[in-house]
Ligand binder design. Structure first.
Ligand code: SF4
Length: 332
């Protein structure tokens, strides 16, 4: 196998094989070949998204200790970061969503922890939907759902969802691989576009595991795929495993792009950075309120980026930013 052959294959609009993905992931993050891979991923991302990056903006409707035991999440009860539960009102949700719309977010995400009341989530969502411009893209980021609930999300006005099978699901989480996969199928069957990601990447994940996950995300033709590194939550057991560098994350983001068909328009990375954008990430997130990677109750006082700061990172990386509602979530 050699790099020229792989790059030519990508230029000829072919998706790379698992072995080719592993080969690229095996390269040192700071070697010339990896920079060539990042340049090719940047070219593909610009081609499929017509040169327009997007900024999606997320707020959480609640903050609560969660029983699902995802070791990388600050909400997980097992991590003991948050002891109290708080919820926002419909009025606060509308205020967050409208501010994101004013700021120019290309999609607005509403997130809840897995045990938050689904009925309440729908109620707030309907209020939020009514308050936004009809064309504004609204996305749900919620726990696993049966088909019936997925249909109700669609009926409430959501255009899509974010849902991921996380690395080492069922080992580093209490959830099952099957329930995550089934939910993705349910969302799609309900007519919701699904955005996803290879996450949360840590130093312990092998290149074979990453390639398998890249292939899994490609298998259901998501609105976007991408890669995000695990952010260490101070004091947690999993933080002892460490974090990968932004450069390594950029390499994985680039390889992920080359593992997707061109029907997948978005390639996300989190947290936002110029290295990721240079390596072909065309989607970042701004966040307010509770954030599973933060120990601040309001991530805008901690790790959270704003729509403006995400737009600036793209501009600094020679990307234009889309003006209007999400192209990635409106392929049909
Ligand atoms: S990632 Fe979601 S399901 Fe897992 S512990 Fe955090 S809130 Fe719960």
């Amino acid at each position: 196998m050699n790099l020229d052959y792989i790059l030519k294959k990508s230029q000829d609009v072919n998706v790379l094989s698992r072995n080719e993905l592993v080969y690229l992931l095996d390269l040192s993050p700071d070697c010339i070949e990896t920079y060539m891979v990042m340049a090719e991923a940047n070219r593909v991302s610009k081609e499929v998204s017509h040169g327009k990056a997007e900024v999606h903006a997320q707020f959480a409707v609640n903050l609560a200790p969660c029983n699902c035991g995802c070791l990388f999440c600050s909400f997980a009860k097992v991590n003991g970061v948050f002891k109290e539960s708080t919820e926002i009102t419909s009025k606060q949700a509308i205020s967050y969503a409208r501010q994101f719309e004013i700021d120019g977010a290309n999609a607005i995400f509403m997130m809840s922890t897995a045990q938050y009341s689904f009925e309440q989530f729908l109620e707030i969502s309907k209020e939020v939907k009514k308050s936004l411009k009809p064309e504004t893209t609204l996305i749900a980021n919620v726990g696993d759902q049966y088909l019936k609930s997925a249909v109700r999300l669609k009926d409430a006005g959501f255009d899509g969802v974010y849902h991921a099978l996380r690395l080492r699901e069922g080992i580093d989480t209490n959830l099952t691989i099957n329930s995550r996969k089934q939910s993705i199928l349910n969302f799609k069957e309900a007519g919701l576009e699904v955005g996803t990601c290879v996450e949360p990447v840590g130093p312990e994940h092998s290149n074979e595991e990453l390639a398998d996950m890249i292939e899994f995300t490609a298998s259901f033709n998501p609105a976007f795929s991408g890669a995000a590194r695990r952010i260490s939550i101070p004091g947690t057991k999993i933080s002892e495993r460490g974090m990968i560098s932004e450069l390594r994350m950029a390499q994985i983001v680039a390889v992920t792009r080359l593992g997707m068909p061109h029907s997948v328009k978005g390639n996300c990375t989190h947290e936002p950075c110029t290295l990721g954008a240079v390596a072909g990430a065309n989607l970042f997130w701004a966040e307010v309120g509770a954030n599973p990677r933060d120990i601040e109750e309001k991530t805008e006082e901690g790790r959270g980026e704003t729509v403006k700061s995400c737009q600036t990172i793209f501009q600094e990386s020679n990307w234009e930013v889309l003006n209007g509602s999400s192209f990635y979530y409106s392929r049909k």
